[in-house]
Structures are given as C-alpha cells and as structure tokens.
Ligand binder design. Structure first.
Ligand code: ADP
Length: 573
C-alpha cells in the first residue's frame, strides 16, 4: 500500500482553529464516555496509508486518490457504538458553529458504513477537515433475519460476506425455503452503504435500493425517523409488524430522499431476500466483431423486457478477458511498443486469442433461473437463438467449457448471490493500480449505445487510457460502466484521468446521457448536467437541504448539494 507522509498537520474543519476543534473533540469524548480509540485525530502523526481492500481500508482519505490525498483528508474519525452515539455526535456538530446568520455552519460530518466505495471517493470527506463517522466498525449487527418473510434488517457494518454467512446458517434450519442475498461485484462492502448509494448486484434482486424495505435514520438535528411502515409503532413498543413487508407508508414517499443523500444517517435498513430458485445456469455468449455492439443491445432489449433474460446481464468488451486474469498490462504487449500507451486493438485481439474464450469482440455474461434444469435448457436455447439469428458467429460458452480459473466461474457465483473478490484483480493492470468509475445511463437502444460508446472511446484514446466498457443492460436502460485504471503514484496519470472524466461528463451530457453515481470530486459537475428547467432539480435539493440541515452538518457537497452556508463561497468544483 502507498503510504503518504503528512506534509501538513491536522486540518481542522474550515473556519475553525486547531485549538477550538480539539476543545470540541474533548467535549465529545467526555460526553460519549467511551474508550480512547472511539475518536481518532488525524494529526501529523497519522500518515495517509492507502491500505488494502480487505485489510484496513483507509478512513483518513480517498485510498484511490485522483488529486493530492491531503486535499481530501479528514480531521478525525469517530467510531459510534450505537444510534444514541450517532445522535449525540450530530447534536455536538450542530453546537460548534463558525460564522453567523445564514452563514453559520456546524462541524461537517461524513458518514460511511465500510468506507470502501472504491472508485467513487472511498472514505474521504468532500470538505477537507471534515469529520468521518465510521459506522461500520462498531455497528455491525444483523438486527433481524426473518426466514418466513424472507427479509433482514442490518446495521451499517454488515458486509455481504457476513450477511451471506448468516443466511447460509438460516438456510440449514429452513431447507424448505432457502434464501439468497444479492451481492455486487465485490463482497467486502456494506449491504446498507451500497444500497443507500444505489449500487447494483446481479441476481433478480440486483436493484439494492429498490429491494430495501424500511430504514431508521438519524436526521441532521439528531432526531430519529423511521420510513415505511416503521413510522407506525407496533403493539407495546415493538417494531411495526409490516416494516419489512411494505416499502411505503402513508402520504408522500420520503425514503428516496435518503439515497445518495446528505439528509440523514441510516443506522438500520431492511432488505428483501430472494427465495433461492431451484435451478440456475450462468453462461457466456461471444460475438466476433466490434461492430456487433449495437445489434447486441437491440437483441437484449426485448429479451430483457419480456423477462426471458433472468437477471441484469453484463456485456463486456473482450479487453476485460485480459484484465480479469490479474496479469499486468505489460504481459499482453507486443515487444517494442510503448509501455506508457494503452494496448492497441491488435494487441488486445492477439492476447485474447490465446485465452479461454478465444478471439472475439464482445462477451455477454448472463444467468438463467428456473424451476427445473429442463426449463433452463429451454430458456438458454431461446436466448442463444435470438442472438445467433441476428449476429453471425455468436458462440455459447458454459462454465464446463472453461478452465477453473476463468472469470465465468466468479460471475456464476455473483449471479447466485455468493460474494467474491475477483474484480480486485483489475488493479494489477498497472503498478499502484487504482480506478475511477464513469457510469452514465442510456436507453437500451442500439443507436444510443453506439453514440455513447463512440464518445467514450474517442475520449479515452485522446487522454491515453485503456477503455474497459462493462454494460449492465436492462430492458429499457443500461448502465455503461467505464473503469479508468491508473497508477496512483503518477501525478500525470491522475491529472489525465481527471481531465478524461470531466470531458466525458460534458460530452455525454450534451447527448443526454447522465451519470447514475459519481466520485465525490465530480459531483458538482454531474449535478449541474441535470439542468432541466433552470436547474430545477438542484434548486429543489437545496431547498430541502436548507430546511432539514440549517447548519449544514451532514456531508456538505455530497451529490453536488451544498448547504446555504457553503453556497457561492467557492466550494463548487
Ligand atoms: P462500501 O460499502 O463500498 O464500503 P461506504 O460505506 O463507503 O460503502 O458507503 C458509500 C457511500 O454511501 C458513503 O460514501 C456515504 O456517502 C454513503 N453512506 C454510507 N453509509 C451511510 C449511512 N449509514 N448513512 C448515510 N449515508 C451513508
């Protein structure tokens, strides 16, 4: 891991002196009355250690920094033990203000669950000197696991691995209805954290926020709110019996306000769990030509709309057959070509032809679910026929056809709700590998897919990066995920990656393609692209933010939403 010695000492929250900040922290220490390590002060004695995904990911800064890591370093990290601790911390942040009138602001708090969030900003606060609330370390209970209702309630520190284990145990006790969890590509993240950030997985329950059911939230004034049926108390002080059964309650729906949001700290969240299907089958389809791309998307559309495809499949460019081997880029380079440059298309195809799937241009990773093996075979025959009749050279590949270390086996696990870590292998592509995600949404339509892909491809080439397109394609929309992999010890690569991101955000927005999620440094630019009606959406977000969080204590700047006390003061990037 990179270890960055501090050049600056402790950065207090903006507008506060170090002395005042340390006095405030002393006051909080007394109030929480916990062990000394409940609060960590990030002074000059604390180096910025990037850490490693599983072993102590950084809580001091963004481990995958694209700028000077000290610019996004926190002043302190607090590890609350309970909802009451979180409430006390939020009230404390409101008490210690700087500025007056509508410019009065409290101590900025940035909640994280596990703080991995790699490629989107890690555990960094948006405002330097912000205080990180690491909820995951001490709040990691599975509060409820209801086999009959097929649901669970988790605290922020419950990882996909932990939930998976607990559900496996439950399944032993109810073999008549085994349950699955849904996991994203990497299993070490927080179930709650990923869902509030609207992350996705790959079983039919892959829309993580869509499959949540009920939250308990600490609001910016320190009070508590329950969403969904939880707002109606159960008998004798119990939780509402339908809290994990019905997502809505009465009146305007508010739960969406707490996703990608700075309006509350989620301390408990319910989720539906999928009854395990009796049979499932993962597979690949390969397509020979680069130009097959838009036809592939057009074939997926009706299949996905009709529910013939079992899950949200991934369409990946064949270059990703190279990086999932975990080999560095240089392994695949033709001797004599420039090692600073992306691989050429010829190098990619030459290398791919030596791998298990053979040379091709696009690889579709799908999974079918069904009641019987026969049902799966019928589905698979229909799907293959639909592609093969539109695209000459379509080839079906099953897990039994590829070696044990092929990526298809990892995909098969993820698509059956089993958490894995395989995607970490990407990071070997370049030395000190880090990545940044660019993830716009487009309609599932060949011509849009083509336009988006051409824009992104051209800009990657101009800025000198390998392009790694993965498309998660549903019936009406697709998430195009381009993962920019760079060496985080190389400032030129970092600056180029930032320029590439900014250029893609602008060029894609001009065509109507917007990001579903972004790294915290690009949130302002992305928020501005959602400009319909004279920036009506951002204005509405600001109105709510000012009403709910008048001192701007909760995650100022998150999703490009700045509290009144910060607006127009030069914070927006
Ligand atoms: P990961 O699961 O990848 O480790 P994080 O814990 O970093 O994810 O969470 C991703 C983002 O979601 C955070 O940066 C933060 O903005 C938001 N977030 C995470 N946990 C909470 C929470 N309990 N309440 C509110 N927002 C949260």
């Amino acid at each position: 891991p990179l270890n960055i010695a501090r050049r600056r000492g402790l950065q207090p929250p903006p507008g506060m002196t170090v002395e005042r900040f340390l006095e405030a922290v002393d006051e909080l220490r007394k109030e929480l009355a916990g062990p000394a390590d409940l609060i960590q002060i990030n002074d000059e004695s604390v180096d910025l250690v990037d850490g490693w995904y599983l072993d102590k990911p950084a809580t001091t800064h963004d481990a995958f920094h694209v700028a000077d890591p000290e610019n996004l370093a926190s002043s302190a990290v607090i590890f609350p033990r309970s909802t009451a601790d979180v409430q006390a911390i939020v009230r404390w942040a409101n008490r210690h203000t700087t500025g007056t009138g509508d410019k009065a602001r409290g101590i900025p708090l940035y909640p994280i669950s596990m703080g991995r969030n790699l490629g989107y900003g890690g555990a960094a606060p948006r405002v330097p000197g912000g205080v990180v609330l690491d909820l995951g370390r001490n709040m990691h209970q599975i509060v409820n696991l209801d086999g009959g209702n097929a649901s669970c309630v988790v605290q922020p520190g419950v990882t996909y691995f932990a939930l998976f284990e607990a559900v496996q145990k439950l399944n032993e006790s109810q073999p008549e209805q085994p349950l699955w969890i849904d996991t994203p590509d990497l299993g070490g993240g927080s179930v709650l954290g990923n869902a509030v950030d609207r992350g996705v997985g790959y079983t039919p329950y892959g829309d993580h926020f869509g499959n949540h059911c009920g939250m308990e939230i600490v609001l910016p004034d320190g009070s508590l709110l329950r969403t969904g049926m939880g707002a109606l108390p159960g008998p004798d002080g119990s939780d509402n019996p339908a809290w994990q059964s019905f997502q809505h309650s009465f009146g305007p729906s508010v739960h969406g306000l707490f996703s990608q949001s700075s309006l509350g700290i989620v301390v408990q969240m319910g989720f539906h769990l999928m009854p395990a299907p009796p049979a499932h089958q993962s597979y690949c389809l390969t397509f020979p030509r680069e130009d097959d791309f838009s036809t592939i998307v057009d074939v997926i559309r009706p299949l996905a709309q009709r529910g013939v495809l079992g899950n949200i499949p991934q369409l990946r460019h064949v270059v990703q057959e190279l990086n999932v081997t975990g080999q560095p880029r240089e392994t695949f380079r033709t001797k004599g070509s420039d090692s600073k440059k992306p691989l050429t298309p010829e190098e990619v195809h030459a290398a791919a032809s030596k791998l298990a799937l053979g040379d091709c241009s696009w690889v579709f990773y799908g999974t079918q679910y069904g009641a019987t093996q026969q049902a799966l075979e019928d589905q698979l025959a229909d799907v293959t026929k639909a592609f093969a009749s539109a695209i000459p050279g379509t080839r079906l590949v099953l897990p039994k056809d590829v070696p044990a270390d092929h990526y298809l086996h990892a995909r098969a696990l993820v698509c059956a709700g089993v958490p894995v870590l395989r995607e970490l292998d990407w990071l070997n592509w370049v030395p000190n590998g880090a990545h940044l995600f660019f993830s716009p949404i487009a309609p599932t339509r060949g011509e849009d897919a083509r336009a988006l892909h051409d824009l992104i491809r051209q800009l990657h080439a101009e800025h000198g990066f390998d392009l790694f397109p993965t498309l998660c394609v549903a019936g009406r929309e697709m998430h195009y995920i381009a993962n920019i992999v760079y060496d985080r010890s190389d400032s030129d690569q970092k600056q180029r990656a930032v320029r590439l991101m900014r250029a893609m955000i602008a060029a894609c927005a001009a065509r109507g393609f917007g990001e579903y999620r972004t790294h915290l440094l690009f949130a302002d630019q992305v928020a501005r692209t959602y400009s319909w009606g004279g920036q009506a959406l951002l204005r509405f977000h600001e109105t709510i933010k000012d009403a709910v969080d008048p001192r701007g204590v909760l995650a100022p700047g998150r999703s490009g939403i700045w509290p009144a006390a910060y607006r127009g003061e030069g914070w927006e990037l």
